[in-house]
Design a protein around this ligand. Sequence first.
Ligand SMILES: Nc1ncnc2c1ncn2[C@@H]1O[C@H](COP(=O)(O)OP(=O)(O)OP(=O)(O)O)[C@@H](O)[C@H]1O
Ligand SMILES: [Mg+2]
Length: 506
Amino acid sequence: MDSQQKHSIEMKGISIEFPGVKALTDVDFKIGSGTIHALIGANGAGKSTLMKVLGGVYNHYMGTITFDGTAVNIKTPRDSIKLGVAVVYQEVDTALIPYLSIAENIMLDALVNDMGHRQFVNWKGIRAAAKEYLKRVNLDLDIRTLVQDVSLADKQRILVARALAGNSRFLILDEPTAPLSQTETDELFELMRDLAQNQNVGIIFISHRLPEIFEICDTVTILRDGEKVAEKPISEFTQKDIVEHMLGRKFDETYPKTAVDIGSTLFEIKNLSEANGAIHDVNLAVRAGEIVGVTGLVGAGKTELCKTIFGALRIGSGDIILNGNPLKINSPHTAVKQGLALVPEERRKEGVLVEEPVYINLTVASLNNFSNRFDFVNTTSERVAAKKIINELGIRTPSENQKVAFLSGGNQQKVAVGKWLIADADVYIFDEPTKGVDVGAKHDIFELIGQLASDGKGIIYASSEIPEIMGISDRTYVMYDRTIVKELETTETTEEEILFYSAGGQ
Ligand SMILES: Nc1ncnc2c1ncn2[C@@H]1O[C@H](COP(=O)(O)OP(=O)(O)OP(=O)(O)O)[C@@H](O)[C@H]1O
Ligand SMILES: [Mg+2]
């Protein structure tokens, strides 16, 4: 193995267009082995697209790519793999084959050759090798386990193991930490450091969390609107510089909190338990105009609570009460009909219809408001409402007709949030709505939530990001081990106190 030899990949003058979108304009980008290089920029800036060019996903770009100074032709994923480039895309789930074992997924490239399937498979060798790579990424799982049965964090590791199996010299991680807990993130960083320092791998890391960039990267490249606007060693940047480069304007980091008169109790849950114990004995109340935080560590039951209230998990016992009337919720459909809205955590699976245009996605949850008494949908008013939300949330799309699949990851998340802002619900439940959205868009989402509150709606805001909870909520509940263990007035508490109760302190 050429483990200590220095390699470099250089992309020069890369430009690429899609119908109606100039995604990249004349971008230069270079990475060497043994280093960790951050690629950052607002949602839709072109980060994933640049990495897809390097990964051979597109063949209609302009510009050149060189490997150790020699021009190379990257036009298919296989070209890229052959050069030792492995990409772990933002959509981790789609990159693995769920019904195959971990071993088969890691060794996929050995199982499939240029012609399709191999004629002869050395299963013994494949299993032994898979075991070895699993060890190198510190994953203690049986290689016979089906990929559909492992957690998202472990799937990422399996993808990294697959990259190692392909003898990759360069590893691209596109927003790997967005779905991870703090501990899982720390573990991934440890693995990244080991790969860079001891195994000479060059890593490109994409993330919207600035502290992570400062923790793990050597160099930072910033894209804005498809162009490179800055590139320096991390030590020469401050967080503020980075944000200003990303957004192209000065930016106030504080979360906007609109002052709202809080009314009487609007929504209550009493002794709520999920049928299979996903949450138990939860009590919570929201007043009109109030933003109530639900926080706790990953795994404490926040998502399960949101889903149970919304009828996506089965209610075992307890009451859900709106305006003094008990609701009968046995499915998300019945929840929506009775005035609830949920922005779910897993947007790809539950939040958006990727094959449909943006405007359909934005209005699908509130079609009642767009149909006349003969049930004909008025597409003109649908489009008007959609355009308004596109503007307010700064959704980057050539028009309201664009298929959601063509939007960047963060812009898809904005669509998932936006559709509920159009729906006229009484109570809005947000489950980690800012995952993967850039700092500017986060601001816009908070502003809209503030608007909902001033319209007298009740808001439940579930997040493990304590600074967000501190910034946006009036009151917050802390979850631990599948139930609410503490209620705190936000102005009277501290991050430390919230963490104390999140960790099971009493
Ligand atoms: N296949 C495609 N067809 C049409 N437009 C596309 C396609 N792929 C990307 N785009 C557009 O190119 C631009 C850049 O998208 P890209 O996914 O690279 O952004 P990003 O920087 O990764 O953003 P995010 O932080 O939200 O993931 C966006 O405007 C996006 O909508
Ligand atoms: Mg992206």
